[in-house]
Design a protein around this ligand. Sequence first.
Ligand SMILES: [Zn+2]
Length: 242
Amino acid sequence: MPARGSVHYGTTRIDYSIRPATRKTLAIHVFPDGTVVTDTPRTATVDEIAAKVKSRGAWVLKQQRIFAAYPPAIPARRYVSGEEVRYLGRQYRLKLLVGHERSAKLKGAHLEVTLLAQDGADVAKKLVDAWLRDRADAIFHSLVGSCLERTSGMGVKTVPEWRMLRMRKRWGSCTNSGTIILNPELVAAPKDCIEYVIFHELCHLRVRNHSAAFYRLLSRVVPKWEHLRMKLNRAVELRLEY
Ligand SMILES: [Zn+2]
């Protein structure tokens, strides 16, 4: 079995890699950099794989177009003075200082992080991450409550369980048991964008999938959600490495 293949869909060539897997059906993945990977049953032939990719050609090209419209992923934080830190849609700069007590706080245009003389870069990382997590926790706590109040007609009566999890490719998700998961990196985004993600996950408490019914509900709750999603993706790039 060759490791790669390509098909033509209309005038566009789709290149893909072939990953034999223990599974009965073929799966196609499109990654943010536009690469296409197929997970194929070991019994599948080259022609079967090509036919399948071709039959999903419109979907593959659409995913590639969506990803192309996103800003490129930015590298992981370096935790050095002068580095950009975004918080609630505003841009701050990290300022590392040496003092007698460790701390992290916003001051003017800076996130000031005070380290002890003997501290290394790992401590700066710990303090910045803890500050972002604390802020995320407080902001999500308040916004989950206020968003729920604004969706009272939706029939979700009690504040849902929620927790934070750093995810590489998602701002939020909702588990089968109804726990909302929010990416703490969201604190970089403007408040209305954070609310949009929370509304999206609240709607999943009623409709778990992304069916037409889900989008009907979301449009009722947040009529401008498409605008907000675009604003979010323009405002904040998900960091691909943690
Ligand atoms: Zn969703």
